[in-house]
Design a protein around this ligand. Structure first.
Ligand code: GDP
Ligand code: IMO
Ligand code: MG
Length: 429
């Protein structure tokens, strides 16, 4: 059985957690391949809301083994808090269920302090989540990061952490004028984390490989979205990891020949948290309507930072770009229900710039300024569609909206989500 990849096709928060949950019940392994606790994946099941940041969404089902892959940066404090929260909701989080790659990197309070200091010193803010992601990946690239395998020896782990904090303090104090962190206190904390989390570190390379060779289903869970990819996203307004299919291979150590379905999760409209270009952004009534006022669990406010998300119309130019970059074989469309009652519904089908229209991005996603979105108006529909369980039960205009996405991207849709609950989903074929 090949490995199927589930990735965000926009700027994150497409509903990846919700979709993973919808398809993961029979999987042997669900493996997160990149990012850290900057991610916030929400799963609503059996009347409970599970908010996941580091642990793959497969954990909500009893069966899948959940892997935290080598492409991740892991804050042990946040991981332990997440395990506690899940346990309080009745989910087992033992070393049989959760396996950490020895090659994943540890994220420390120093990374968080440096992220915040760097962000505060920037003339043009990125609007990071403040979780320490950039500095953690920078240290990995410098080849002086501390990997999860260090937790096998708590004392050595603590020594490494102490040296890392002392070195980081140099930067914190001299470069940013910030107070230093206590190396001894943080080293002691990590000694404790290593004692607890050491047993979770396992040979995940072998585990995934064995599952694939034995014909079992492996799902690779993406975090963030294709347009936040470090290389191909809207640089520098991106995260610091490989969010796309390349990240799934590198971040789990799986060869390209093992790839199966590449499932792009697409929200029926566009959202973005943090700074950066957003050609279809709606800052007035439409934006507010798409966002919601925060009173409903699925309103567009960040799971991790609670910041209001910027909202706008679906951008098919960028969706074609994500599709091409990642070889997306199918889409799952989420939050179609949110468009109910809007009329017309607009989609951006081209960009206008330098006197001509482009259906595809003429250059990479880091050069979006100077383009104007060209819209097509589509008829809307009235009424709540969350009860629909088949294609036929949807209003014609809603069906046509989904078909428009398929036609304009040349990618088939396999599922349409019309609500956040497990059962609120429509098979599309
Ligand atoms: P992720 O980061 O891609 O996993 O997405 P988030 O969990 O950050 O944000 C998606 C939000 O939308 C969550 O609150 C989900 O429960 C919710 N959601 C997902 N699909 C649907 C849907 O089809 N309809 C509605 N109303 N909410 C949805
Ligand atoms: P999920 O997995 C949406 C954004 C931040 C910021 C930029 C860089 O829930 O879809 P970082 O802290 O990563 O250095 O911030 O990336 N960002 C996300 N936006 N969803 C996410 O995750 C995100 N993770 C990071 O808002 O603009
Ligand atoms: Mg999210």
């Amino acid at each position: 059985m090949p490995m199927h990849v589930i990735l965000g096709a926009q700027w994150g928060d497409e509903g990846k957690g919700r979709i993973l949950d919808a398809i993961a019940s029979e999987a042997a392994i669900v493996a997160r391949y990149s990012g850290g606790d900057n991610a916030g994946h929400t799963v609503t099941a059996d009347g409970k809301i599970f908010r996941l940041h580091l642990i793959p969404s497969g954990i909500v089902h009893p069966r899948p083994v959940c892997v935290l892959g080598s492409g991740m940066v892991i804050n042990p404090q946040r991981l332990l808090a997440e395990m506690e929260q899940l346990r309080s909701q009745g989910v087992a989080c033992d070393p049989e269920r959760i396996k950490i790659s020895p090659a994943a990197h540890l994220l420390t309070p120093m990374h968080i302090a440096l992220d915040k200091a760097e962000e505060a010193s920037r003339a043009k803010r990125i609007g990071t989540t403040g979780c320490g992601i950039g500095p953690a990946y920078a240290e990995k690239s410098y080849r002086r990061g501390i990997r999860a395998e260090a937790m096998a020896q708590p004392e050595e782990c603590a020594d490494k952490i102490k040296a890392h904090i002392l070195r980081g303090n140099e930067m914190l104090e001299k470069l940013y004028g910030c107070p230093p962190l206590s190396a001894d206190a943080i080293a002691a904390e990590f000694y404790r984390y290593a004692q607890i989390l050491g047993p979770y570190v396992a040979d995940t390379l072998w585990l995934v490989d064995e599952a694939l060779r034995n014909g079992k289903t492996v799902l690779a869970e993406g975090a963030q979205g294709a347009l936040l990819d470090l290389d191909q996203g809207t640089y520098p307004f991106v995260t610091s990891s490989s969010t796309g299919v390349a990240g799934a291979l590198g971040g789990l150590g799986v060869g390209a020949r093992s790839l199966g379905r590449i499932i792009g999760v697409v929200k029926a409209f566009q959202t973005r948290v943090g700074e950066g270009p957003f050609p279809t952004e709606e800052t007035g009534d439409i934006g507010n309507r798409l966002r919601g006022d925060g009173s409903l669990p699925w309103d567009e406010f960040g799971t991790t930072t609670h910041r209001p998300r910027r909202c706008g119309w679906l951008d098919l130019v960028l969706l074609r770009y994500s599709t091409r970059l990642n070889g997306i074989t199918e889409f799952v469309v989420t939050k179609l229900d949110i468009l109910s009652g809007l009329n017309p519904i607009r989609v951006c089908n081209a960009y206008r710039g330098s006197g001509r229209d482009y259906r595809d991005l003429p250059m990479g996603a880091s050069r979006l300024d100077g383009f104007e979105a060209v819209y097509e108006d589509l008829p809307g529909w009235e009424g709540d569609i969350r009860q629909a369980r088949t294609r036929k039960e949807l209003p014609g205009a809603a069906r046509k909206y989904v078909e428009k996405i398929e036609r304009e991207t040349d990618v088939p849709v396999s599922l349409v989500s019309v609500g956040s609950n497990r059962e609120e989903i429509i098979p599309w074929n």
